[in-house]
Design a protein around this ligand. Sequence first.
Ligand code: 8X3
Length: 245
Amino acid sequence: MNRTAVVTGASSGIGEATARRLAAEGFDVVAAARRRDRLDKLAAEVPGIRAVTLDVTSQESVDELAASLDRCDVLVNNAGGAVGLEPVASGDVADWQKMYDINVLGSLRVTQALLPRLVESGDGVLVMLTSVAGLVSYEGGGGYNAAKHAQSSMAEVLRLELCGEPVRIIEIAPGMVHTEEFALNRFRGDSSAADRVYEGVPGPLSADDVADAVSWCVTRPAHVNIDRLVIRPRAQAAQYKIHRV
Ligand code: 8X3
């Protein structure tokens, strides 16, 4: 039986690219997300991918995902995102709650539901897709920085708590990745504002670049734990140091 990888947020961007890449590596991939139409297209196109509807903010939905699995060897907690770029002083509490619920509690719910399966597999791998926003804070980052720092802490704590169990805990923290939706969601659908994020940047990362990193991390030998992998485009030396032409 093939190893099974569950990827959350698999209907677009990094999640979709990761589902495709892990299927190419020979995993049976469970592509999980809310938007079933997109998942069904992906599953029809790529052999080895199965679509499962998942809302990581619903415990019931997460429980249904867990019940639908025969096994789980790899879990990629990718579902997440940013809403808003307001200063802390005027940030919307509802935006902060949404970011916390999806990025942090979403990862918590799915992790709690699938951890027994990862342990049972004898060589489980949990990937927490965080962000450089979880390592370095920036003006306007408020709620997203807080959520990504929390998610990053969760990965560290899990690694400590599971030491001795056959499960690796890997954090992947990407910098600037040009995906279809990340900036668009952050700017509430304002495509001009979203485009300005990447304007003139020669070669921001693509979703495939991050999927490549996920694939490399999860295919190392069982005794090798890549604790944290930070991946940025060459043009982004730091959060504030971005080369534009
Ligand atoms: C996205 C990276 O720099 O926009 O996770 O916060 S950043």
